[in-house]
Ligand binder design. Sequence first.
Ligand code: ADQ
Length: 748
Amino acid sequence: MSQAEGWSGSGASGVVIVSNRLPFTIHRSARGLERAPSAGGLITALEPVLRKRGGTWVGWPGIELKRDEEIPSDGEQPYEIQALRLTDREITHYVHGFSNRTLWPLMHSLPARARFDRKDFDVYEQVNQRFANAIAMCSRAQDLVWIHDFHLMMAPSQVRLTMPDARLAFFLHIPFPPYDIFRLLPWDRELLRGMLDCNLIGFHVDGYAQNFLDCVERRLGSRVDRENMVVEHGDRVVQVGVFPIGIAYGDFERRARETASQPETQSERVVLGVDRLDYTKGIPERIRAFERLLELHPRHREKVVLLQLAVPSRSQVAEYRALKREIDELVGQVNGRFATATWSPIRYLYRSLSQDKLAAIYRDADIALVTPLRDGMNLVAKEYVASQVLDPGVLILSRLAGAAETMREALLVNPYNADETAEALNRAIDMEEPERRTRMEALRRREQRDDVEAWVHAFLSTAEESRAAINPLSVHDFEAWLGPYLTRPRLALFLDYDGTLTEICEHPAKALLSDAMRKVVEGCAARDDTDVAVISGRKLDNVAEMVGHPGLTYAGNHGLEIRGPDIEDFAHEDLTHYQARTAELVAALDVAEVHADGAWTEAKGPTLTYHYRGVPPDRWPALIKRAERIITAAGFQARPAHCALEARPPIGWDKGRAVLHVLRERYGPSWSQKVRVIYVGDDQTDEDAFRFLAGLAMTFRVGPADTLTAATRRLPNVSAVQALIEWLAQRDGWPLPSGPLGPACRGR
Ligand code: ADQ
């Protein structure tokens, strides 16, 4: 038995499927609440899988349920259901708002239709959190949690917070658009980070995976290995994979063999369209292409019909109602223009059909016209092929559907090009049986082999077996990132101290510079084209003493005091004033019992750090809240740091401004023409510098990827910093001062 087959509800490890919609939708009727199968490709693909393997499905039943309403049970369902109740407000903003009005059009590269609304996003985030809570409640540590689709892109990171070792996988059923489109979203980085907390992220086709990797690299600064499709996300490595979805081929084929013909398809040659009623499916464009066929090739009049089936979808969204009206009118116009006493060119059914009926209609259709403007995959094309058990028909398929990547034997068209589609129709109508059979047999063989079971197997095997690893950070990475940037005669290298040059220690006094790190920093400082500055929240004298190299520039207290070669000693004018007030703050914190159980205060002149690393974590929130209140009441700003709160004077001075001061003092007002700047730091106070230096420097954020960063790139840990500094020290063939090399370029 393969490992993937081991995923079952009854075994030791199971699968928890999570999607916005449950496989059934609840309707209110005179008889009370009733279940009906949900529409859409995701459900059609996954339901048979869970039915066969068992497990749990977490999702929303499709309506707002009253408090006392229970979901009707279905005795035959061989898997567990964890139903999430959504409120009216959540349905409005999370489902109809952010999912359907923002993400759906944007991900389908139709940005003009997308609406960006902060409130929608906030509720989306909250509902994703609710899904994460439900997942935590119903899954066991050994389960694979498989989250589906664009409704739940933030849920993985929220699950990861409560279940750090959970096995999380994500599959996106719709396209992932190019960087230029995705970055239009004001919360693009939040969604990317949400997905990256998975172990495995799957897409239908390679192009979507590459777009995702592009966005991750360019928007989050994460290191990406395209060859092995892995992403370094802080201290974790995430596998990205391509898994083109299939259908329950055998089921469709059997239904097509067993079901009698439907009246809809009995006389003329039938061109079939089957879709959820959605603007991405290109239904109006298809009707126009069919009209064009009748214009260009009048011989087909009275001999061919377009049978368009549309399953109602998202009818709460105004745009979908408008689309329905547009289609109704278009059908009326074309029929009005060409109909005769005995023939109407378009037959249009707006309703859901049973799978049996659908299979028979597919089987009897001469041509399937599947022309979405953009589609993640498109199951209709595959269902049509599986149902061709009699005289083989012809599949006309949009090049812009994911399915076109593999279904090469179809006649491929651009759905926006009515003439091209009309000519493809003309060719399909006239196509001889041998050509139809050759094309259809090739299509059928592939879909039979790559059916939905094979898809699930491939995905779960990868999720089970993948031990994603990324090549260690190497000189090639640094060359690629910095080679094109280092084009000025000088380099100014700014380095934070704690967490950047040394590991974070329980007590600041223990954070000593390693010999290897000292060596590479000295190597940089020894170059006549490189100036090194160390910029820290520590007191100036203290950081200078910890580094112990007289030739460097030092900035202490987040840049309030600066000393270094070729610049005048600097102390911010408010320093003395706040020095006195810090003493009062220390006293206030002392009184307030925020020092219990190992928390302590480090007074640093005009600033102060409240350290709570030694306190049991369950007490942190209360202590932080109390300390924040006292710090703010004393007229300081409270800023989070690593297991600490920084109290800083509210004087509009931070590490970013300090860097600019050093650059101006040392190299003059036109410094940017003489010098390139690199800044490396690991915490929130360094974010000030990253933001301030955006566009003016290459910036690196060190450490886990648990927060957003304004830095250009991320480095996973202190040894990666060492590797970077070593590369800088040795660039263009310079030697390190003397002695053996440090453990540089080993990466993680
Ligand atoms: P959808 O956008 O829902 O799926 P699609 O793949 O075409 O699109 O699936 C539609 C499903 O609805 C098919 O299974 C079809 O049989 C069914 N259907 C359509 N009209 C019907 C009708 N009148 N009566 C009954 N059933 C009907 C999303 C992505 C796709 C991706 C799938 C799966 O948008 O690109 O292929 O998920 O990953």
